[in-house]
Design a protein around this ligand. Structure first.
Ligand code: DX5
Ligand code: ZN
Length: 216
């Protein structure tokens, strides 16, 4: 029986009250804080950079789980680590030299993780499974909150967990996009250990009840 962590995505929070939102979601039981970094190139939306991560770091006591949806992440991983990111997750689709970027993240003092878009085969991470603390499977196409969960993700989680089991790895599997009480239950059953939820948590009146409903 694996532990399951909940990492609320600040993307759906009230950015005008960012520090209050961070504190509220931590008081409500968040294990990590998920921060979505978008550059308007890798994804068709722009969010925030290291300056804001630093501000979030000052309000947060839980680990910052920073999801980099940017091209050429190698140019920025040092700055995000410096800003206080605990986990830095890079897209395989954005890394020509994935192995090198993962080493760079570790050298910068953060935990390296890798993320796959819904259409990217699981084999894209096979050679780096031993180098990462977590694999994130996107269950929507990245760029926006509030999208519908892509059903195939459940089977992808199951196959990725089997790949890890075959290698004796207990690496975290995170799922991001369209997570609610129902989809959470199914991906956890398939082997996911970290759940990102944006609109489901921040769109609810009771953050604690929403977070509780995601746990098995
Ligand atoms: C999407 C982001 C997600 C997003 C999830 O590109 O990576 O973290 O905030 O939002 P929901 O939970 O609303 O699908
Ligand atoms: Zn995300």
């Amino acid at each position: 029986n694996r532990r399951v962590l909940v990492s609320p995505s600040l993307l759906s929070s009230d950015f005008g009250r960012l520090s209050e939102e961070v504190r509220a979601v931590e008081a409500a039981g968040a294990d990590w804080i998920h921060v979505d970094v978008m550059d308007g190139r890798f994804v068709p939306n722009i969010t925030l950079g290291p300056v804001i991560v630093q501000a979030i770091r000052r309000s947060a006591t839980r680990p910052l789980d920073v999801h980099l949806m940017i091209v050429e992440p190698e140019k920025y991983v040092d700055a995000f680590a410096e800003a206080g990111a605990d986990i830095l997750t890079v897209h395989v689709e954005a890394c020509t030299h994935l192995h090198r970027v993962l080493q760079q993240i570790r050298h910068a003092g953060a935990k390296p993780a890798v993320v796959l878009n819904p259409a990217t085969p699981l084999s894209a991470v096979e050679e780096v499974l031993g180098e990462v603390e977590m694999v994130l499977l996107m269950s929507v196409n990245p760029g926006f909150g509030g999208q519908v969960f892509i059903e195939r993700t459940v089977d992808r989680v199951r196959r990725l967990r089997a790949m890890m089991d075959a290698r004796g790895l207990t690496t975290d599997i995170q799922v991001d996009g369209g997570i609610n009480a129902e989809t959470a239950r199914r991906v956890v059953e398939a082997g996911a250990t970290v759940l990102v939820a944006g609109s489901y948590v921040f769109g609810s009146k009771d953050y604690a009840a929403a977070i509780r409903s995601l746990r098995p």
